[in-house]
Design a protein around this ligand. Structure first.
Ligand SMILES: [Ca+2]
Ligand SMILES: [Ca+2]
Length: 161
Protein backbone atom coordinates (compact mmCIF):
# COMPACT_ATOMS: atom_id res chain seq x y z
CA UNK A 1 0.00 0.00 0.00
CA UNK A 2 2.69 2.42 1.03
CA UNK A 3 4.76 1.44 -2.01
CA UNK A 4 1.75 2.08 -4.27
CA UNK A 5 1.31 5.54 -2.77
CA UNK A 6 4.97 6.29 -3.23
CA UNK A 7 4.91 5.16 -6.85
CA UNK A 8 1.86 7.33 -7.46
CA UNK A 9 3.75 10.26 -6.00
CA UNK A 10 6.79 9.72 -8.20
CA UNK A 11 4.56 9.31 -11.23
CA UNK A 12 2.74 12.52 -10.31
CA UNK A 13 6.08 14.30 -10.32
CA UNK A 14 6.60 12.97 -13.86
CA UNK A 15 3.20 14.27 -14.96
CA UNK A 16 3.90 17.54 -13.25
CA UNK A 17 6.87 18.01 -15.54
CA UNK A 18 4.99 16.91 -18.65
CA UNK A 19 2.04 19.21 -17.97
CA UNK A 20 4.47 22.09 -17.85
CA UNK A 21 3.60 25.70 -17.87
CA UNK A 22 0.85 26.44 -15.30
CA UNK A 23 2.42 24.11 -12.77
CA UNK A 24 5.80 25.57 -13.63
CA UNK A 25 4.49 28.98 -12.59
CA UNK A 26 3.50 27.50 -9.21
CA UNK A 27 6.94 25.98 -8.91
CA UNK A 28 8.51 29.36 -9.60
CA UNK A 29 6.42 30.89 -6.82
CA UNK A 30 7.44 28.16 -4.39
CA UNK A 31 11.08 28.48 -5.40
CA UNK A 32 11.12 32.25 -5.03
CA UNK A 33 10.39 31.85 -1.29
CA UNK A 34 13.51 29.73 -0.77
CA UNK A 35 15.67 31.09 -3.58
CA UNK A 36 18.11 32.59 -1.05
CA UNK A 37 19.09 29.01 -0.13
CA UNK A 38 19.95 28.17 -3.74
CA UNK A 39 23.18 28.87 -5.58
CA UNK A 40 23.58 29.14 -9.30
CA UNK A 41 26.44 26.83 -10.17
CA UNK A 42 26.07 25.50 -13.63
CA UNK A 43 24.42 27.05 -16.66
CA UNK A 44 20.90 28.17 -15.68
CA UNK A 45 20.47 25.72 -12.78
CA UNK A 46 20.38 26.54 -9.08
CA UNK A 47 21.22 24.05 -6.33
CA UNK A 48 20.41 23.58 -2.66
CA UNK A 49 22.21 20.97 -0.57
CA UNK A 50 20.15 19.57 2.31
CA UNK A 51 22.41 18.15 5.01
CA UNK A 52 19.58 16.58 7.03
CA UNK A 53 19.32 12.90 6.02
CA UNK A 54 15.89 11.87 4.74
CA UNK A 55 14.50 8.93 2.78
CA UNK A 56 14.54 9.33 -0.99
CA UNK A 57 10.77 9.94 -1.09
CA UNK A 58 10.92 12.52 1.70
CA UNK A 59 13.81 14.21 -0.07
CA UNK A 60 11.89 14.25 -3.33
CA UNK A 61 8.96 15.87 -1.50
CA UNK A 62 11.15 18.53 0.08
CA UNK A 63 12.62 19.47 -3.31
CA UNK A 64 9.08 19.58 -4.76
CA UNK A 65 7.94 21.86 -1.94
CA UNK A 66 10.75 24.21 -2.97
CA UNK A 67 9.53 24.22 -6.57
CA UNK A 68 12.60 22.17 -7.46
CA UNK A 69 13.43 18.50 -8.07
CA UNK A 70 16.06 16.11 -6.81
CA UNK A 71 19.30 16.77 -8.70
CA UNK A 72 19.47 15.44 -12.24
CA UNK A 73 23.02 15.39 -13.59
CA UNK A 74 22.90 16.21 -17.29
CA UNK A 75 26.59 16.21 -18.17
CA UNK A 76 30.07 15.51 -16.80
CA UNK A 77 30.47 19.30 -16.51
CA UNK A 78 27.44 19.52 -14.23
CA UNK A 79 28.83 16.62 -12.17
CA UNK A 80 32.09 18.56 -11.80
CA UNK A 81 30.21 21.69 -10.67
CA UNK A 82 28.28 19.63 -8.10
CA UNK A 83 31.49 18.01 -6.87
CA UNK A 84 32.98 21.41 -6.10
CA UNK A 85 29.81 22.45 -4.26
CA UNK A 86 29.00 19.51 -1.96
CA UNK A 87 30.57 18.46 1.34
CA UNK A 88 33.42 16.11 0.32
CA UNK A 89 33.07 14.14 3.57
CA UNK A 90 29.51 13.02 2.75
CA UNK A 91 29.69 9.54 1.21
CA UNK A 92 26.23 9.47 -0.37
CA UNK A 93 23.68 12.03 -1.49
CA UNK A 94 20.26 11.10 -2.84
CA UNK A 95 19.63 12.40 -6.35
CA UNK A 96 16.79 12.33 -8.87
CA UNK A 97 16.64 8.93 -10.52
CA UNK A 98 15.17 5.52 -9.71
CA UNK A 99 14.05 2.19 -11.16
CA UNK A 100 10.73 2.07 -9.28
CA UNK A 101 8.63 1.70 -12.43
CA UNK A 102 10.64 -0.99 -14.14
CA UNK A 103 13.22 -3.08 -12.31
CA UNK A 104 16.67 -2.43 -13.72
CA UNK A 105 15.58 0.48 -15.96
CA UNK A 106 16.73 3.66 -14.33
CA UNK A 107 14.95 6.91 -15.16
CA UNK A 108 15.23 10.43 -13.85
CA UNK A 109 12.44 12.11 -11.87
CA UNK A 110 11.65 13.85 -15.17
CA UNK A 111 11.09 10.44 -16.77
CA UNK A 112 14.14 10.42 -19.00
CA UNK A 113 16.61 7.55 -19.24
CA UNK A 114 20.02 8.33 -17.79
CA UNK A 115 21.41 8.36 -21.35
CA UNK A 116 18.79 10.89 -22.43
CA UNK A 117 19.53 12.99 -19.35
CA UNK A 118 23.20 13.01 -20.37
CA UNK A 119 25.06 11.39 -17.47
CA UNK A 120 25.40 7.65 -16.97
CA UNK A 121 28.62 7.20 -14.98
CA UNK A 122 28.05 4.47 -12.42
CA UNK A 123 30.39 3.87 -9.51
CA UNK A 124 32.41 0.65 -9.59
CA UNK A 125 30.18 -2.43 -9.16
CA UNK A 126 27.01 -0.31 -9.36
CA UNK A 127 24.09 -0.69 -9.82
CA UNK A 128 24.63 -3.36 -7.17
CA UNK A 129 21.15 -4.59 -6.31
CA UNK A 130 18.25 -4.99 -8.66
CA UNK A 131 15.74 -5.72 -5.90
CA UNK A 132 16.42 -3.68 -2.80
CA UNK A 133 18.05 -0.58 -4.20
CA UNK A 134 15.52 1.21 -6.37
CA UNK A 135 16.49 4.82 -5.77
CA UNK A 136 19.34 6.98 -7.02
CA UNK A 137 22.36 8.39 -5.26
CA UNK A 138 25.86 9.70 -5.93
CA UNK A 139 29.14 9.01 -4.18
CA UNK A 140 31.97 11.42 -3.39
CA UNK A 141 33.27 11.19 -6.96
CA UNK A 142 29.75 12.04 -8.21
CA UNK A 143 29.38 8.59 -9.74
CA UNK A 144 25.94 7.01 -9.67
CA UNK A 145 24.74 4.51 -7.07
CA UNK A 146 21.52 2.62 -6.60
CA UNK A 147 20.48 2.99 -2.96
CA UNK A 148 17.76 1.68 -0.66
CA UNK A 149 14.87 4.16 -0.94
CA UNK A 150 14.03 4.00 2.77
CA UNK A 151 17.59 4.72 3.92
CA UNK A 152 18.31 8.26 5.05
CA UNK A 153 20.82 10.36 3.11
CA UNK A 154 21.50 14.06 2.62
CA UNK A 155 20.25 15.22 -0.76
CA UNK A 156 20.55 17.90 -3.40
CA UNK A 157 17.70 19.84 -4.98
CA UNK A 158 17.98 21.51 -8.38
CA UNK A 159 15.88 24.34 -9.73
CA UNK A 160 15.76 25.03 -13.46
CA UNK A 161 14.03 28.29 -14.36
CA1 LIG B 1 20.73 19.26 -14.08
CA1 LIG C 1 24.12 0.12 -4.90
Amino acid sequence: MLRTLMLALVFAVCLHVIQGHVLQQNATQRWSKVSHKYQRLYRASYYNVHDEPLTWFEASNVCGSEGAHLLIINSPAEAEAVKRFVDPTVETYSVGFHDLFNEGTFTTVQCQSLQEAGYNHWALLEPSSFHNENCGGINQQIFLLDIVCSNHYPFICEYEP
